[in-house]
Design a protein around this ligand. Structure first.
Ligand SMILES: [Zn+2]
Ligand SMILES: [Zn+2]
Length: 230
């Protein structure tokens, strides 16, 4: 089994620690939004953030599967390679420990959390709209944090019983649903937080249209097929 390179491991550890500090700071601020939003406002922002996390998981996954190659400078080894490797050896993710599973997702959330912390400390959130935006961003970050863990559980032969209940009830990504993505040509059902958006995005041809559009951006990376066609 491939061992995680030491420098990536160190980056993952630091990312998780920094994420934890910011998450505690922001949680203390977001709790106070309860008085602005009320219970229903908080619930709606939680659902909105969770759905947005599913969309983001799909879009980032789509980018990693579709554009560039593992040898592309900077993003290749860190971003493209894990997605391509996952199609070749899908069960490898089940051997990743907590740090390797969650480190990357913590890292991408840190800049957003820094901005949130800065704004929350500087300004008092008094309007319901601003409160909703902050609470939704908070739950989005929480959904992003959980995504790779849900993805890992979807690949486990037998996840713990409470997790299997969440998968059966489709509160989190289920193995049967995710299997559709792991079927050649691997171009459908990219969303991996809950998979709730997969059916709709598939019917709207969202990802084929996104691929067509992004490829036309000047200086954009070539698609995976264009690399293998060379
Ligand atoms: Zn994929
Ligand atoms: Zn997978």
């Amino acid at each position: 089994m491939r061992k995680q390179p030491a420098h990536l491991r160190a980056l993952n550890v630091v990312s998780i620690l920094v994420f934890a500090v910011y998450f505690v700071i922001i949680s203390a601020e977001v709790i106070q939004l309860w008085s602005v939003l009320g219970a229903w406002g908080v619930l709606c922002s939680a659902v909105a953030g969770y759905i947005l996390a599913d969309f983001l998981s799909g879009f980032v996954h789509f980018l990693g599967d579709t554009f560039g190659s593992p040898t592309t400078p900077i993003i290749g080894p860190a971003f493209v390679f894990p997605f391509r490797e996952h199609h070749i050896e899908p069960e490898a993710i089940t051997h990743h420990d907590f740090i390797e599973t969650n480190g990357h997702n913590c890292l991408v959330s840190i800049p957003v959390m820094m901005i949130m912390a800065h704004v929350l400390f500087k300004y008092a959130v008094v309007s319901a709209t601003a409160g909703f935006a902050f609470a939704t961003s908070y739950f989005l970050i929480f959904g992003v944090l959980l995504t790779n863990q849900f993805h890992k559980w979807a690949h486990m032969k037998r996840a713990p019983a409470p997790i299997r209940f969440l998968q059966r009830t489709r509160i989190i990504l289920s193995p049967a649903h995710h299997k559709i993505h792991h079927t050649s040509p691997y171009t459908r059902y990219f969303c991996i937080t809950t998979g709730w958006l997969n059916f709709t995005l598939d019917r709207l041809f969202f990802f084929p249209i996104a691929k067509f559009t992004i490829r036309r951006i000047p200086f954009m990376l070539k698609t995976a097929e264009e690399y293998t066609d060379r």
